[in-house]
Design a protein around this ligand. Structure first.
Ligand SMILES: [Zn+2]
Length: 167
């Protein structure tokens, strides 16, 4: 399948969408496969500690992760309802209460357990759909070498750094 080249293809080989998704499913960085993306179950680092890839590429990025989580939970509840349909078909007297209890517990527990995976899966989907821009690749690389907490905003009185004397 043809796809347009991105700067990532030049600087480092870009993994296929399948590889990125597999990494996401294993709670790893979709870009490099690096581990340790979470400080705790609910606390994701802003960047991959191995390649510097910034997960939140734009505001509201993780709404997509919420959507992944929601879809998975709804799919599980759907399977449960189908199980109940089969049970009820085999035994018309079967009570709805046990399956309802399982459904409620599932709706609460599944999103919690799936939470970190939903984020890395969404990051993989996003990266597969939108390859990193050159500026993002440079930013990722820079973040690996810059000491933390020194991200000062650019000073307005300084001339633009990209000024070319020959131009
Ligand atoms: Zn990475």
């Amino acid at each position: 399948m043809e796809r347009p080249l991105s700067p990532d293809d030049v600087l480092s080989p870009r993994p296929s969408a399948g590889v990125m998704l597999k990494r996401g499913l294993r709670k790893r960085c979709p870009r490099c496969g690096g581990n340790g993306l979470y400080e705790s179950w609910f606390r994701m680092r802003p960047r991959c500690p191995r390649c510097g890839y910034k997960f939140e590429r734009e505001d509201g990025f993780f709404v997509g992760a919420w959507f992944v989580n929601f879809t998975v939970t709804e799919a599980l509840v759907f399977v449960l309802v189908m199980v109940f349909v089969f049970v009820k078909n085999a035994d018309a007297e079967a009570s709805v209460i046990p399956i309802a209890v399982v459904g409620v517990v599932l709706s609460v527990v599944a999103p919690v357990l799936f939470y970190p995976y939903s984020r890395t899966i969404w990051a993989a989907i996003d990266l597969a759909m939108t390859p990193l821009e050159l500026a993002e690749i440079i930013d990722a690389e820079d973040s690996l070498h810059a000491p933390e907490a020194t991200t000062e905003p650019p000073r307005p009185d300084e001339p633009p750094a990209a000024a070319d004397p020959a131009g």
